[in-house]
Design a protein around this ligand. Sequence first.
Ligand code: PHE
Length: 338
Amino acid sequence: MATVPDIESVKKEITSYSLDSEENIESFRLKYLSRKGIITEMLAGIGKAAPEERARLGQELNALKKMADARFKEAKKRLEGGAASQKSAADDPTLPPAPTPVGSSHPLSQTLEEIKTIFYRLGFTIADGPELEDDFHNFTALNFPPEHPARDMQDTFFIRKDENNPENDLVLRTHTSPVQIRLMKEQKPPVRAIMPGRVYRNESITAKSYCLFHQVEGLYVDKNVNLADLKHTLITFSELLFGKNMKYRIRPSFFPFTEPSLEMDIWWQTGNRPGQWMEILGAGMVHPNVLKAVDVDPETWTGFAFGMGVERITMSRYEIDDIRLLYDNDLRFLNQFP
Ligand code: PHE
């Protein structure tokens, strides 16, 4: 009597069969899948089984065969794939290695570098100051009287508040102007410097405003510095950054630390977009009270100051319409600025 093939145990053998070498794979094929293999024999034996068993046996054996076939093909592919990649690496050992991707500087850094280079050519040095400022440097010395509504111009992040003595308050600096004060406390005029840096404002975050951004402050204090010098400096700078044909306008404005104060717009038009005036900086003649706060005699010395936003200039130059892109560090964005 024909032995009933034990499908379950063959299935276990097949699943645990080690297929890690060419020899193993070949003996697997011979043992299970060849014309004399176990499964073929089992299939041939169906005829000897009881008639009511045949259909079920047929199904089970076919499933078994499929499974063995799949394992065999998969093992073969794995082996060939490995061999192929080993082979290609060994093919030509003199090939140079694949290039390593290198980064580039951030678009904000690129703009800042250009701004710095221009002012360097105009004879300005570079000064620096802390981002965590006290009330005195950020406001009082810059002629913001206590409780004066002018302080509302800037939404301040207060880090420490002292109700009894507001001069003890600590803030994240809302502009780079406090560096003017620090610089003039250290260095008596003549002073000619720019002060780039990060500033903070407690504003709601939108496509146009972010809680932090960068400014470049400029300060020039000497004998006989006047408004014409300021105008000349600003126009020369803008022509070097935006091109000789740039169109500008200068409007009166207000800042507590300059008198008179002004703002400069340039006409901005790119691609098919309609052109528009874009404010690029605030400026003015240093207020006598600011000079007095750092013991500089306003009868002898005069000066001008200006401050510009690096984000705004970068966004218009590269047609970036959401400021948050500059802070996401998404490589798909950054890779566009090689
Ligand atoms: N500090 C001003 C601001 O943040 C800009 C400014 C700087 C204006 C220097 C005049 C002079 O808005």
